[in-house]
Each structure stands twice: as C-alpha cells, then as structure tokens.
Design a protein around this ligand. Structure first.
Ligand code: ADP
Length: 532
C-alpha cells in the first residue's frame, strides 16, 4: 500500500506534511477519532483526503457550503481522485445517478450536505449491502456548536445518522475555531471517542496587523494603495467591505483613480463572479474589492495585503479573512479601518440579517446574544492599545507574549496617561443619572454639551456635568472603552446599547488606578477633572 507521504506527492504534489497533518492522518488510519483545530489555510482538507485514499470503503465528508464542496471535489477530480458531492445544487436525476455510481463503488470520497444525511434516498444508499462507510469527516465542525460563528442545526443530524449505520466509522472533526466552548461542544455533540486532538498554532508570524481610524476611509485606502504601488509594484490585495453597495462604490472609485481592480459579491451573476475571481487569481487584476462572500476555498498564496474597509462582525471572521494574506509565508499586511458606523451596521445585520432563519425563535435569540457578545470583542480589538496579535491569540485561547513588534500598536510609541480621576468622573456621572444612557450622551454630559437632549433630560443637574470639558470626544470614548474592556463598565445588548455600572465600578472610586496609552504623535492631553 502507498504510504501517506507517497500519496501527498503523487496526488497533491507536495513533499512534506505541514504541522499537524501527519499525526491527524496516522490516527485515523489507526482507527482513532480525531479533532483537528487548525487555522484557515493550514491544510485541513488533506488531513481527511489522504486517509480517505488509504482506507477501505467510502469516506463521507460533511461540509456546510455548496461552493466549498464544488471546489474541493473539482480539485480532487483534477488530481485523478474519484470524488463527488451530494447537495441541493444537483437535479433529482443527477442526484440519483450520483447515488447509483456511489453504490457501485465509483467514488472514494463523497461530500455531502448535512441536511442530506437523514433523507430517505441517502439512508437507503448508506445502508445498502456492500456500501462500507469507513470514515466520516466533519469539515467546519464548529457548525455543531451554538457557540460557533455559524451554527447549523442540521449538523446535529450527524450523530443520529451515525447511529443508524451498521458499523460506526472512524470520525474526524476539523475546524479553524479554537475557542474553548466550541472545542468542548464539538467533542461532546459529535461524541468523539478517545479522540486525538491536535491544535496547531494560530499565530501567523509573517502577517502585520494594523487598526486605523481614518477620518476619510476612501482617502486612506487610496493613499495606502499608491504607496504599495510605489514600493511593491504589482502586488495583489483584497479590500473587504461590509455591503454590496460599498463594494460597488469603492471599486468604482478605485477604477476611476486608475487602479487595476475588480469586485465580488453575491449580487453578481455566477459568470461574472467566476471571471472576476479568476482575474484576481491569475493576476490580471491586482485588487479585489469584495464582501465576505469572497475567499472561501480560494487559495492565492501571494496576497500581500487584506484591508478591511469596515469592521467585520466577529474575530473569527476577521482572522479568517485577514488570514488570506501571506499564505506563501512572505510578509503581508492586514489592516482594519474602523469607523463608529461599522458597529451600528453590524448590530443591525445581527438583529435583522437573514442568517439563522432556519432556527426556532428561542435558539435564534440565544445565537443573537452570542453574536452581539462577539461583536463587542471585535470592537475591543479595534479599541485596544495593547498588542493586536496578542489580542487575537488570546481570543483563540492561545498564550503569547505581550508584544509582537509586528502590529500597529507595538510599533506605535505611546505615552501612559493616568486617567484615574477621569474614570472616577465617568463612574459618578453614570451613578448620577436616573436611568441608563448610551455612550454619546454620557460623553456629552461629561464635556458639558448644551443641547436639546441634555436639557430635555435635565442632565445639566448631573453632578459630573462638565466635569471633563477639555477632554476630546475620541479620548473620552477611548477611556470609556478601556473601562469596558477592563470590566469597570458594561455595554448592554439592547437595541440602543446603554452603559451600565458593574460590580467592579466601585473599585475605581476606592483607589484602583486606570492608565490609558496615548500615541506620542497625538497632541498630549491630560486634562484634569474639575475639582469639587
Ligand atoms: P484549510 O481547509 O485548513 O483552510 P486547505 O486544506 O484549503 O486549508 O489548504 C490550504 C492550502 O494549503 C491549499 O492550497 C493546499 O493545497 C495547501 N497545502 C495543504 N497541505 C500542504 C502541504 N503539506 N504542503 C504544501 N501545501 C499544502
């Protein structure tokens, strides 16, 4: 029998396994369940494709996305491996034909959508005499978890499907989501037996991470691209936008400005999407402006930058999208442009979006709350003055040093500003309000704004009204954000999020110090709180 390394070379053309691949493959071949947690681009697919080639019988791969299945099956067929997919993109006739061929043993690997597993036709196939399903691989396994970013109730069918099989196949689960909750859920829900769990490092040392808060995002982008053009002519990059509309606008503007640019979003025809994607992959166009619809299953190794024109909805999405830069291991940049509107838009999308339509009301509410929690963590990434890489790795449960020296915060020179007095003023201001208010109104009160909202609510009477008249709005918001990140304040999950005190707020009034970092290049400002 061919050994795994031989197959790696023969079918995929690679000489060596990457971190984690070999142990995951070997365990499956030994008949042991596995859980592989590896970042996007690390090479999870080979971890189930190679054992599939070496085991007797058929390997089923459960996968959530039609496009992903098509791409992988296409690539396998091209490599000379017999594989097929079964999902709703097939007509009834095609589906039956595929099942017939599968029954005849024509495919070594079959990709299947989770909804199919328990359909009558599929079960009949799976239970046919002579059909031996020896290995079941669950791709994007985080979909079983309500903690995951894309919970799919249909993933829960995997277990009952397994129970119906005459012989339980070896089970492999693969995901790029490494949070503790998701990992526990995957192990539990899929009921993995004494699995080998392999987690490879999430750090991508060649990526530079940056956050910017440009006044004018488009101008920032254009000057960034001009500089790139000068220093590294011809380099490719992706610009991610939150909506189709902004993809259109940004793409149009860049084209007018003379850049080699194309676009991708779900509103375009299949043909145009395919063409634009190819233009980008084959370097006919350098810049791809796209929504998050672009990227899954696309492997362009030399993407030199990924710019997020808007903040995405959570860290999982961000790291996945940003991670499309620098797959070749050469230096690449991932820069996020943050604007206050991004948070509102994401909130809106979470609350009114089309995701999670298949969930019942109760589950939808739970998922929405978790989504809002994740959005908050994403916002903190944009607000932190600490090391960005450390923040990311910490989010994914990995330990790392406090400074990476390869992110915008590590390279920025900061002054430390003691804002303990100011933080006290914030706490007293909130205490002094009859009810809870949003960040903007609290900022107005502290700065002593004289507007209708303040007057209508009698907020001039607040003991801290005009307590911080000299602090700029961004600085005050930074302070409030820092207080939230450290748990001294909380932002509610309501339609209009309000600031609330926490158990820890009092600590600030009884001696706890608070320091924020202020970029040296910014005007120094350490305004005093007004003395009582
Ligand atoms: P993931 O599913 O983890 O995001 P993929 O399985 O799509 O990653 O693999 C990402 C890319 O890495 C693919 O282009 C794949 O061909 C390549 N790759 C996988 N394993 C190896 C290897 N051992 N050596 C070189 N390239 C590899």
């Amino acid at each position: 029998m061919e050994d795994a390394r031989g197959l790696l070379k023969q079918y995929f053309g690679f000489d060596d396994f990457r971190e984690g691949q070999k142990p995951l493959i070997d365990a499956v071949l030994d008949g042991r369940d596995v859980l592989g947690i590896m970042p996007t681009g690390a090479g999870k697919s080979l971890c189930f494709q190679i054992p599939a080639l070496m085991m007797p019988g058929i390997t089923l791969v459960v996968s959530p996305l039609i496009s992903l299945m098509k791409d992988q099956v296409g690539a396998l067929n091209q490599a000379g491996i017999h594989a097929a997919f079964l999902n709703s993109s097939l007509s009834m006739g095609q589906y039956r034909k595929a099942l017939d061929l599968a029954r005849e043993g024509r495919y070594k690997i079959i990709y299947v959508a989770p909804e199919r597993l328990e359909t009558e036709g599929f079960l009949r196939f799976a239970l046919s005499p002579g059909v031996d399903i020896s290995f079941l691989a669950v791709d994007e396994a985080h979909c079983v978890s309500q903690w995951g970013q894309d919970f799919r109730p249909s993933y829960l069918k995997i277990l009952s499907f397994l129970e119906k099989l005459p012989r339980r196949p070896v089970l492999g689960a693969y995901t790029a989501t490494a949070t503790v909750e998701v990992k526990e859920d995957v192990l539990d829900i899929l009921n993995l037996r004494d699995p080998l769990v392999v987690t490879t490092g999430f750090d991508r040392a060649n990526l530079f991470f940056g956050v910017k808060k440009p006044r004018d995002k488009y101008r920032e982008l254009e000057s960034y691209l001009r500089e790139k053009e000068e220093k590294m002519p011809g380099s490719s990059g992706i610009v991610y936008c939150l909506s189709r509309k902004s993809v259109e606008e940004v793409c149009y503007q860049l084209r007018e400005a003379g850049f080699s640019v194309t676009r991708y979003h779900a509103g375009l025809s299949d043909t145009e999407r395919r063409e634009n994607q190819d233009d980008f992959i084959y370097d006919r166009r350098q810049i791809m402006v796209a929504t998050n619809a672009f990227g899954m299953g696309i492997d362009k190794p030399d993407v030199r930058f990924v710019i997020h024109y808007n903040m995405p909805k959570n860290m999982e999405s961000y790291y996945q999208e940003a991670g499309r830069a620098g797959r070749d291991g050469e230096p690449a940049e991932c820069i996020l442009y943050f604007g206050a509107a991004d948070q509102r838009t994401n909130r809106f999308l979470i609350e009114h979006g089309e995701d999670n339509q298949e969930l019942d009301e109760e589950t939808r509410r739970i998922v929405m709350e978790k989504d809002l929690g994740r959005l908050k963590q994403m916002t903190f990434y944009c607000a932190t003055s600490g090391c960005l890489r450390h923040y990311i790795l910490d989010y994914f449960g990995e330990e790392s040093s406090a400074e990476c020296r390869n992110c915008s915060n590590c390279l920025e020179e900061f002054d430390l500003l003691d804002v303990t007095e100011q933080a006290e003023a914030v706490v007293r201001c909130i205490e002094g309000c009859q009810r809870s208010f949003g960040v903007n109104l609290i900022v107005d009160v502290l700065r002593g704004a004289d507007n209708q909202k303040i007057r209508q609510r009698g907020l001039e009477e607040n003991p801290e009204y005009k307590a911080l008249p000299d602090m700029t709005v961004p600085r005050l918001k930074q302070l409030i954000n820092e207080m939230m990140m450290q748990g001294f304040l909380n932002l509610s999950n309501d339609d209009y999020p309000v600031i609330e005190l926490t158990d820890r707020s009092e600590e600030l009034l009884s001696g706890e110090k608070l320091v924020i970092k202020v970029p040296k290049r910014e005007e120094k400002q350490a305004p005093k709180a007004r003395k009582k």
